[in-house]
Design a protein around this ligand. Structure first.
Ligand SMILES: *[C@@H]1O[C@H](CO)[C@@H](O)[C@H](O)[C@H]1NC(C)=O
Ligand SMILES: *[C@@H]1O[C@H](CO)[C@@H](O)[C@H](O)[C@H]1NC(C)=O
Ligand SMILES: *[C@@H]1O[C@H](CO)[C@@H](O)[C@H](O)[C@H]1NC(C)=O
Ligand SMILES: *[C@@H]1O[C@H](CO)[C@@H](O)[C@H](O)[C@H]1NC(C)=O
Ligand SMILES: *[C@@H]1O[C@H](CO)[C@@H](O)[C@H](O)[C@H]1NC(C)=O
Ligand SMILES: *[C@@H]1O[C@H](CO)[C@@H](O)[C@H](O)[C@H]1NC(C)=O
Ligand SMILES: *[C@@H]1O[C@H](CO)[C@@H](O)[C@H](O)[C@H]1NC(C)=O
Ligand SMILES: *[C@@H]1O[C@H](CO)[C@@H](O)[C@H](O)[C@H]1NC(C)=O
Ligand SMILES: *[C@@H]1O[C@H](CO)[C@@H](O)[C@H](O)[C@H]1NC(C)=O
Length: 541
C-alpha cells in the first residue's frame, strides 16, 4: 500500500518533477549557448597577452579560460621598453581597490555561495551567460573588468538568489534583468580600465617634445640650489625656450610634477642619487622642483652644512616639514677607484670587482637612483691599458665593454646582496647624450648655436652601455627600474650650457670649451624627474 501510494500522481510531486525537467532544459540550453559563444574567447587571452593559467581553479576549466583575461597577476608584469617600467599600473591612481586578482576571488566566493545554496547547475548557467555577455560586448581591449564591477554584481546576485528561492516561475526574466543592469555597470567600468591599460602599455620613450608655456616648474629665483655650471640663465643665456619643452609620450600623458605630492611620497624617507655629475644635475633639478612646495626656504637645509660645489663630497638636503632628505653621492663608476703599483709608480686603477667604498652611505636609502656612463668614454677607461684591476691582478689590456659589464655585474651583486627590496626602490638612469658638433669636448666641439630641439634624433645608434646595463639588470634578483631617458634627451641639443656654464668674466679662461654634456636648469633633467615621479606615483601601495 505504502509503495503504491508513493507512485500515485500527487500534484506537488508533478510540480517538482516538471520543475526539475524544466530547469535541466534551461540549464542545458544556456550551457550550449555558452559553449558556442565561449569558444573564440579562449584565444582572446593570448591576444591580450594575459595567458597565465590558474591551475588552482582547476575543477572548472572553462571558467578559468574565461577568467584568464581578468586574472593576470599584475605585480609580475615585466614591461620591456618603457622608460619607466611601471609595474603596478593595473592599480588605479586612487587605489580604490580595483584589480584583476580580486575579480577572481569575487567570482570564486560567489560560486561557493551558490554551491552552498544548492543552486549549482542553473546558477552556473546564468553566470556563464552573463560573463559571456560582458565579454561579448567588450571588444578585446575592453576585456578587463574591474573588481568593483564584480562587487556590484555580487550584490545583485545575492539579491537574485533570494528571489529565486521565492519564485521559480519568473526566474529567467529575473536573470535577464540582472544581466542587463550589470552589463551597463561593466560598460562604464570598462572604459576606466581602458585608460589604465593604455598607461600600462604606454612606451614612454616614444613621443615628442611639446612647447608648453606653463613650464619651467621653477626659476633660478625660486631655487637657491642651482650650481653655477647649470645656471645658464644667470650666466647670460638669452634664449629661454629651452626651459619650456615638455616630453609628451605618444600613447599617454605624464602627470605634471606636483611637489607636494612628491614630498608626501618621500615623507620620512631618503631619496638618494648616486653617480656622475649628470646625476648631480638631476639631483639639483629634483631639489629645485621640490622647492615649489616649500614656502619658507629656511625649512630646507644642508645636513652637512656644505655649499654645493663641484668638489667631491656629500650633498644632502633635508626638508624639515616632511622629514625627508634628498641626497647625492659622487661615484663616477659605481665601482672602487683605487691605486696600484705598476712598474715603479703607483697609478690609478679601477677595481671592477669591488663596489665603490662609499656604498655604506647609500645603502639605507629608500629610493636610489644610480647612473654611470660618461667616465667610461674617457681616455684611460677607453684605452684600458694597465687600468682595470680584479683582486691583485691588473689587466694589461681590457676592452672597455667587458670592463663596463664586469663593473655593473659587481654593482648588481652588491644590490642583490645588500639592498632590502622591501625597503628600497632602485632605479638606474640610462646614459644621457652629449651633443658636441665639429669636435670633441676638448677639441672645439660645440652646441651653442642650438636654440631649438632637433627634429630628428641626433645619435648614430643606441649606446652599447645601455644595452649592457639592461642585460645586467635583467639577471638581477632585485627589481631595478631602468629609467630610459637616452632617446628622448637626444633631441635636446638646445638643453646644454655650452658657454653658459660659467659667468661671463670666467669665460675667457676656458679656451672656448663648451659644455655639451651637462644640462641647464631648469631644463631637461626636470623631465627625467617627472618620469621618476610618474613611476613612484604608480608604484605607491
Ligand atoms: C603565453 O605563455 C607561453 C608559455 O607560458 C609563453 O611562451 C608565451 O610567450 C605567452 N604568450 C604571451 C602572448 O604572453
Ligand atoms: C602574485 O604575485 C605576488 C608576488 O609575487 C604573489 O605573492 C601572489 O601570490 C601572486 N598571486 C597570484 C594569484 O599568482
Ligand atoms: C630605450 O628607449 C629606446 C627608444 O624607445 C629604445 O630604442 C631602447 O631599446 C630602450 N632601451 C631599453 C633597454 O629598454
Ligand atoms: C577614484 O575612484 C573613484 C571611484 O571609482 C572615482 O569616483 C574618482 O574619480 C577616482 N579618483 C581619481 C583621482 O581617479
Ligand atoms: C550566478 O548567478 C546567480 C544569479 O544569476 C547568482 O546567484 C550566483 O551567485 C552566481 N554564481 C556564480 C558562480 O557566479
Ligand atoms: C598636489 O598634490 C596635493 C597633495 O596631494 C594636492 O592637495 C594638490 O591639489 C595637488 N596640486 C595640483 C595642482 O594638482
Ligand atoms: C659624508 O657624510 C658622512 C656621514 O654621513 C661623513 O662621515 C663624511 O665625513 C662626509 N664626507 C664629506 C666629504 O663630507
Ligand atoms: C670588445 O670586445 C668585443 C668582443 O671581444 C668586441 O665585439 C667589441 O667590439 C669590443 N669593443 C671595443 C670597444 O673594443
Ligand atoms: C624643426 O622643425 C620646425 C618646424 O617644422 C622648424 O621651425 C625648426 O627650425 C626645425 N629645427 C631644426 C633643428 O631643423
Amino acid at each position: 500500500m505504502e509503495r503504491q501510494r508513493s507512485f500515485s500522481f500527487k500534484p506537488t510531486r508533478f510540480l517538482v518533477f516538471s520543475f526539475t525537467i524544466c530547469s535541466s532544459f534551461i540549464f542545458l540550453t544556456f550551457f550550449t549557448i555558452w559553449i558556442i559563444k565561449a569558444t573564440p574567447l579562449v584565444r582572446q587571452p593570448t591576444h591580450l597577452q594575459f595567458n597565465r593559467s590558474y591551475p588552482n581553479l582547476g575543477p572548472r576549466p572553462i571558467t578559468v579560460l574565461t577568467l584568464t583575461g581578468f586574472s593576470r597577476n599584475f605585480t609580475k608584469v615585466d614591461l620591456k621598453n618603457p622608460i619607466l617600467i611601471a609595474q603596478d599600473l593595473s592599480r588605479p591612481w586612487n587605489s580604490s581597490g580595483f584589480g584583476g586578482i580580486s575579480l577572481i576571488e569575487g567570482i570564486q566566493k560567489k560560486s561557493e555561495a551558490v554551491e552552498d545554496g544548492g543552486f549549482k547547475g542553473d546558477a552556473f548557467g546564468g553566470n556563464f551567460t552573463e560573463m559571456q555577455e560582458n565579454v561579448h560586448k567588450a571588444s578585446p581591449e575592453k576585456i578587463e573588468v574591474p573588481i568593483s564591477g564584480s562587487k556590484e554584481e555580487k550584490k545583485t546576485r545575492a539579491g537574485s538568489l533570494e528571489k529565486i528561492e521565492a519564485s521559480t516561475v519568473d526566474r529567467t526574466e529575473e536573470k535577464k534583468k540582472i544581466i542587463a543592469t550589470s552589463s551597463e555597470k561593466i560598460e562604464v567600468l570598462i572604459s576606466k580600465k581602458i585608460e589604465q591599460r593604455k598607461v600600462k602599455d604606454c612606451d614612454l620613450t616614444k613621443g615628442s617634445w611639446v612647447f608648453d608655456e606653463s613650464y619651467p616648474l621653477y626659476t633660478k629665483n625660486s631655487c637657491p640650489f642651482i650650481d653655477e655650471g647649470f645656471d645658464c640663465d644667470s650666466n647670460g643665456r638669452l634664449d629661454k625656450n629651452y626651459m619650456k619643452w615638455r616630453w609628451q609620450p605618444n600613447d599617454c600623458d605624464i602627470p605634471r610634477f606636483n611637489a607636494t605630492k612628491m614630498l608626501e611620497l618621500i615623507k620620512g624617507k631618503r631619496l638618494v642619487f648616486v653617480g656622475d655629475s649628470i646625476n648631480r644635475n638631476q639631483w639639483e633639478s629634483m631639489l629645485c622642483m621640490l622647492m615649489g612646495a616649500i614656502r619658507d626656504p629656511k625649512r630646507v637645509y644642508e645636513t652637512h652644512g656644505r655649499k654645493i660645489t663641484k668638489e667631491k663630497g656629500n650633498y644632502s638636503f633635508k626638508f624639515m616639514d616632511y622629514q625627508c632628505t634628498v641626497e647625492y653621492y659622487v661615484s663616477h663608476f659605481l665601482v672602487h677607484e683605487s691605486k696600484a703599483r705598476i712598474g715603479q709608480k703607483r697609478k690609478p686603477t679601477l677595481r671592477i670587482d669591488a663596489i665603490d667604498h662609499g656604498s655604506s652611505r647609500w645603502r639605507g636609502a629608500d629610493i636610489l637612483i644610480f647612473n654611470t656612463a660618461h667616465w667610461w668614454s674617457h681616455y684611460k677607461t677607453k684605452a684600458g691599458v694597465n687600468y682595470y684591476q680584479e683582486g691583485n691582478q691588473i689587466h694589461p689590456q681590457l676592452n672597455v665593454s667587458m670592463a663596463f659589464r664586469k663593473a655593473l655585474t659587481t654593482w648588481a651583486s652588491w644590490v642583490d646582496k645588500r639592498i632590502n627590496p622591501r625597503k628600497t626602490q632602485i632605479f638606474f638612469r640610462s646614459s644621457a647624450p652629449s651633443h658636441f658638433r665639429g669636435g670633441q669636448w676638448n677639441s672645439g666641439g660645440h652646441c651653442m648655436e642650438a636654440a631649438h630641439p632637433l627634429n630628428k634624433s641626433f645619435s648614430s645608434g643606441y649606446p652599447e652601455k645601455n644595452i649592457i646595463t639592461d642585460e645586467v639588470i635583467k639577471q638581477m634578483k632585485t627589481r631595478v627600474t631602468f629609467l630610459n631617458i637616452t632617446s628622448l634627451s637626444e633631441y635636446r641639443i638646445d638643453g646644454h650650457p655650452s658657454i653658459f656654464g660659467r659667468k661671463s668674466d670666467k669665460r675667457q679662461l676656458s679656451n672656448n670649451i663648451q659644455d655639451c654634456s651637462h644640462w641647464c636648469l631648469p631644463g631637461v633633467p626636470d623631465s627625467w624627474n617627472e618620469l621618476l615621479y610618474f613611476n613612484l606615483l604608480n608604484r605607491r601601495e
